[in-house]
Design a protein around this ligand. Sequence first.
Ligand SMILES: Cc1cc2nc3c(=O)[nH]c(=O)nc-3n(C[C@H](O)[C@H](O)[C@H](O)COP(=O)(O)OP(=O)(O)OC[C@H]3O[C@@H](n4cnc5c(N)ncnc54)[C@H](O)[C@@H]3O)c2cc1C
Length: 289
Amino acid sequence: MQYFPQTPQSLWIETETIPHFPTLKEDISVDVAVIGGGIAGITTAYVLMQEGLKVVLIDADELLKGTTGHTTAKITAQHGLVYHELIKHFGKEKAEMYFKANQEGAELIQTTIEKLNIACSYDQHTAYIYTNAQEYVKKIEQEYAAYNKLHIKGELKDDIPINIPVKAAITMEHQAQFHPLTYMHALVKQLDQQGVMIFEHTEAIDIKEEKNIKVITKNDKTISCTYVCSCTHFPFYDRAGLYFSRLYAERSYLLAIKPIKAFPGGMYVNVENPTRTFRKSFIIMKSFY
Ligand SMILES: Cc1cc2nc3c(=O)[nH]c(=O)nc-3n(C[C@H](O)[C@H](O)[C@H](O)COP(=O)(O)OP(=O)(O)OC[C@H]3O[C@@H](n4cnc5c(N)ncnc54)[C@H](O)[C@@H]3O)c2cc1C
């Protein structure tokens, strides 16, 4: 049975229609220029708009066609084995700040969904990080000890609800998943309705830090602003960061399938390489059959 069109596409992009916006064709002046129309840029523009700032959002391509259009869309503070390492390198207080920041991000999504009544298949699940490699069992135990130190609710387990071999796992409760583009579409609609200027096919190529900051676009237009938020995922403006030298290419493959047995719920990621991640999709559209 074939679920996808001939050329595989992102499930999210295939099942949501995001509106299009024009290219910037004149110089403009705003309080904040947000560069990049993925989840980071659109959320930033949405939050700043609510603070009453005059905001412009630009994207080099089209909104939400970057990483956000190809994500697994788990909303979780369980990003691999991080908490033991964070405590070890930065201390308990900074590790707590990291967890809290992740929780606040998740809460922002949840409250926005409730406020705008967005039907984006949001539901909460327990997240599992697991290993089937003996050398990672100790690391899982150390991570669990870090959860306890940081009062993160979770359990140490030796199996998971999916029937695959597992040596150790840790749960994190009340995590969530959603259709990211249905959620983002609602925010884009809000931006548009509230007068935030949005431009697609408008690439920022430089920032001039004069009295007023100037963002220069590829078609030689200027956005004068007080603040710039660079949400491009890849740094286009380096200043003295040498960020380009830390970039490297990585590719992941995601499959949407209809399993033989019903998916038991939960969101899963393993520790070892290659990384494997599972979540339940939303109801698959008829057109995929
Ligand atoms: C396979 C996969 C699975 C993932 N799963 C998860 C997950 O389950 N949970 C999770 O939290 N994270 C996950 N992530 C990570 C998450 O998807 C990304 O961190 C997030 O989508 C990045 O959003 P962004 O807005 O920063 O970048 P993007 O969505 O890439 O948006 C950046 C935008 O900036 C634009 N842009 C770039 N340069 C310029 C420029 N010079 N001028 C103007 N515009 C520009 C691009 O066109 C693009 O639209 C996953 C990532 C991948 C690849």
